[in-house]
Design a protein. Sequence first.
Length: 246
Amino acid sequence: MPEGPSIVILKEEARGLVGRRIVAVEGNTRIDKERLVGQRIVALRSWGKHFLIEMPDFSLRIHFLMFGTYRIDERKEDATPRLGLRFRGGGELNVYTCSVRFVDAPLDQVYDWSGDVMSDLWDAAGARRKLRALPDAWVCDALLDQDVFAGVGNIIKNEVLFRIRLHPLSRVGALPARKLAQMVDEARRYSFEFLAWKKAFVLRKHWLAHTKRTCPRCHIPFVKAHLGRTERRSFFCERCQRLYDR
Ligand SMILES: [Zn+2]
């Protein structure tokens, strides 16, 4: 699943489309495609895992779900895009296996940018406040909670918990204040490392826990389990990742 940093990369790769006018639309989405013809792209934005195409009177929200992909100025062979935008003077954007919706309200009304781990407006104190309101949540679920950490996905979750030596089934309410702050800070720090490594095509090489079999600190096997309410894959070390429970 594309996590927040991957959407930031898409936004950068597609920035040449800003200011361009849509002349044709195709794809198997059920939204009213005709509404897009003639529209000019005002801005490309992102909030967590949402890619947002802003036009003068409305926006498009694209969510890549589990397996979504995109192509800029080219097409996938043998695949129908969910949505394909063609621009005046050439150029196209095609998105596949994703959810596409119109957003009619201004994006600044719809989105709280301070909750996006990649945003310049990220508010760490706000994230700590939201976490303190979820004392019974497991940390593995809290990190994936898009209301708290928009953009954090399963890779970032596993890497953050390993880096700060925190067991995924720790309860948020049982964390000392400094551990809670460390989780918030590391979620953002690691997201930017993810961005830099992904741009350099070396992201996997830097995984310490995600999909790994052995703890690089203790040299014992990692536990692999589908944990939490979200039941997403967790890779963790029972020796060096401390369980905070009550
Ligand atoms: Zn370990």
